[in-house]
Design a protein. Structure first.
Lengths: 247, 470
């Protein structure tokens, strides 16, 4: 079986503005990739295009999940096939308890009604990993959550849904150092041969806790350079100017 | 985002109560309203003379009165002559379910108002068209002196209590539809809770319209004596025809000192029905009235459950939940009228408009000059599901009493694309995501309801919102 997530010559735009201009990337299960890029380079567009946000239009290219082009699939189908996006700005859904939402999401991912006790056992376990207190999941989904709580909730959802490929869109933004550590530990727990992870970030600091196998630099809608973890360190030292000047 | 797909019609898809049965009519009158119809009704019902006079006077008032200026539209939408004002498929109201004609029992079985349900209830009434087919109360409650009868039987069996209270709270002069009801009233409930009696299990009545182009005018009178408690629950439905029907009820409630009454409505008329209802409670000192008003159906609803706080320290509360789907206009809301000092009141209104439906919140908070130290809190939130739908808010406040604390908050929100994308990205189907957002929106109101009503309301709203696209 083809255990890869491939982005092939991806072009995407929002409101007539072309943002991605031929992006290529292949992630195999077991790998962690990081895409770093300055503001406006197309990081969020990439995350949204992968998950099928209808606001973003893909004009050319393919996104293949285990060999299947998923571009024509609606968002929920992509999720059910094992794709996950941790949002940069998770939105609030008043009146919907986090646990209830998670249960429905897990049922959707499993394609069947899960046993309630099993679900809650697993939820407890994952909450411990992320140092989340009991009442958190009884609160309404993201409503009144701090920035850190929202991001933690994203990772909780990821741990619960056990995706095959996960995209983390600027998960480090808005996190203090303690929260960042906990969130990264959670990701590291999930890391393994059954999942491919793509971390999209502006800063290198998240990569201090999650060492990526590959680092790519995104500039003006294309990956302009790829390397190992040392590339991230280099970038932190010299800034994006170093790469954009070379262009 | 691509254009939303055409929405499914409400009728037939989600409205499982839209069937009609062939039920033999035993008594009916020709179409249209007239003094002759009034006389016919008085004759077949065997009513006392004072009621005959009252009805005739009410019909005159109805013919004289105009529709209030602020009631939107209505005037040109239907003609009073297109309806039949009295249709009875039963001889009398039965106390045993077995005595109800079989074809009517069958209708009620289909609606799930099966006999078993009585076990959860203190009493059950079932009205079909103009008359109550069934009305019964648990023996234990009857022994405590609780009276639960059809309104007609209440008049005959307890003439003194009845006459002391009937139309004293809502006289026919009050408004055109109250006058219409007063002229043609038939059926509804008469509830009397004696001093100090707590009627812990709900008394429930289901109103069914089966006839076509028909007007249902039930009248309900509830009297809670000092220190008593009762919870009254009503539900309703009607078949789907291509013609209009009319439902103009009047509900009068008296909450005496320190008594508490909760009145729950799950209004689920078909989109043929004009629902023009007057509901009012008079609350004596330290009494508590709670209206839970769920308007989920009808073509048009005009209804504002009211709390008149006439004794010091009275409390009135209205939870209003309106869902306006395709072809519906819910003009709902509430009134709090403070006529005594140190009273408090709360209105919590939630409306949802989808598939081109329209909902309006219309509310009144009125504080009389002598009603000092009163507190009122009004929250009204509207959720609009698509650009074809509409929501309006018409709050009125008239504060004359000193030291009043009045709070009013209103919000309007949409199902946002961001919310839909977020929820679908976790594998939820779009319609489930919409339904989740809608149920979340009404959660603060629904969580105050007893479980079985909460489930029913979630079910009905979930059905309506199928196929909604944000």
């Amino acid at each position: 079986m083809n255990e890869t997530f491939e982005i092939v010559d991806l072009h995407a735009r929002i409101e007539e503005r072309e943002i991605l201009r031929g992006l290529n990337l292949t992630i195999r299960k077991g790998e962690v990739h990081a895409i770093m890029g300055p503001n406006g380079s197309g990081k969020s567009t990439l995350a949204n295009a992968i998950m099928g946000n209808p606001k973003y239009e893909v004009t050319a290219g393919e996104i293949r999940l285990k060999g299947e082009n998923i571009l024509n699939l609606p968002t929920e189908e992509r999720a059910r096939k094992g794709l996950f996006l941790a949002f940069q700005y998770p939105c609030e859904v008043p009146g919907v308890r986090t646990a209830n939402f998670l249960k429905l999401a897990c049922n959707a991912r499993a394609g069947k009604e899960l046993d309630t006790m099993d679900f809650y056992d697993k939820l407890q376990e994952k909450m411990k990993v992320l140092d989340i207190e009991e009442k958190f999941v009884r609160r309404y989904l993201n409503e009144g959550f701090s920035g850190g709580e929202k991001k933690r909730n994203e990772i909780l959802q990821m741990l619960m849904l056990e995706p095959e490929f996960a995209v983390l869109d600027e998960t480090d933004s808005g996190l203090d150092i303690d929260a960042l550590k906990i969130v990264c530990e959670g990701v590291n727990k999930l890391r393994g041969p059954d999942i491919g992870i793509l971390i999209i970030t502006h800063y290198e600091r998240m990569l201090r806790y999650i060492t990526p196998d590959y680092v790519h630099i995104l500039v003006e809608g294309r990956l302009v350079r790829s390397g190992g973890p040392e590339l991230a360190a280099h970038l932190e030292q010299f800034g994006y100017d170093w790469i954009t000047k070379k262009q | 985002m691509s254009a939303p797909p055409p929405t499914e019609p409400f009728a037939g898809r989600a409205y499982k109560e839209g069937f009609h049965d062939d039920i033999k009519t035993l008594k009916s009158v020709p179409k249209g309203l007239s003094h002759a119809v009034v006389d016919y009704m008085c004759d077949v019902k065997g009513e006392p003379n004072w009621m005959r006079e009252f009805r005739h006077r009410s019909l005159d008032l109805f013919l004289k009165q105009g529709i209030p200026e602020w009631v939107p539209g209505l005037r040109d939408e239907f003609h009073y002559d297109e309806f039949t004002y009295y249709v009875s498929p039963v001889e009398k109201s039965s106390r045993r379910w077995e005595d109800v004609p079989e074809e009517i029992r069958r209708t009620y079985d289909k609606l799930g108002i099966a006999k078993e349900e009585q076990k959860l209830l203190g009493g059950l009434g079932a009205q079909i068209d103009s008359e109550m087919a069934y009305h019964n109360i648990q023996e234990s409650l009857a022994k405590k002196g609780v009276i639960f009868l059809s309104c007609d039987d209440g008049m005959k069996q307890y003439p003194d209590i009845f006459r002391q209270h009937f139309a004293k709270n809502i006289p026919p002069e009050d408004n055109k539809f109250a006058a219409l009801n007063a002229a043609f009233w038939s059926g509804g409930s008469f509830v009397y809770i004696p001093k100090g009696v707590k009627c812990d299990i709900p008394l429930s009545v289901y109103f069914r319209i089966n006839a076509e182009q028909f007007g249902q005018f039930e009248r309900t009178l509830i009297i809670c004596e000092d220190d008593s408690f009762c919870h009254y629950v009503e539900g309703c439905s009607a078949p789907i025809y291509t013609t209009n029907s009319l439902h103009a009820a009047v509900v009068e409630i008296y909450v005496k000192e320190r008594a508490r009454c909760r009145y729950t409505t799950i209004q689920n008329w078909s989109t043929d029905v004009y629902n023009l209802v007057t509901k009012r409670s008079m609350i004596s000192a330290k009494g508590v009235m709670e209206w839970v008003d769920g308007n989920l159906g009808s073509k048009r609803t005009v209804k504002y459950p009211s709390c008149y706080m006439i004794g010091e320290g009275a409390h009135g509360e209205v939870l209003s939940l309106a869902s306006a789907d395709k072809g519906m206009w819910q003009d709902a809301g509430a009134k709090l009228v403070f006529l005594a000092p140190n009273c408090s009141g709360r209105i919590n209104s939630k409306s949802i408009s989808g598939h081109g439906g329209r909902s309006s919140y219309r509310g009144l908070v009125q504080v009389a000059r002598n009603a000092t130290g009163c507190r009122a809190q009004v929250n009204c939130d509207a959720l609009i599901l698509d650009p074809h739908s509409r929501s309006d808010t018409y709050p009125t406040m008239e504060i004359n009493g000193d030291l009043a604390t009045i709070e009013h908050e209103a919000t309007v929100s949409n199902v946002s694309d961001e919310q839909l994308f977020y929820l679908t990205s976790r594998g939820l189907k779009k319609e489930d995501a919409v339904s989740m957002i809608v149920n979340g929106f009404i959660e603060p109101v629904v969580k105050e309801l007893p479980m079985e009503f909460a489930v029913e309301i979630n079910r009905l709203i979930g059905l309506q919102m199928e196929g909604s696209v944000g």
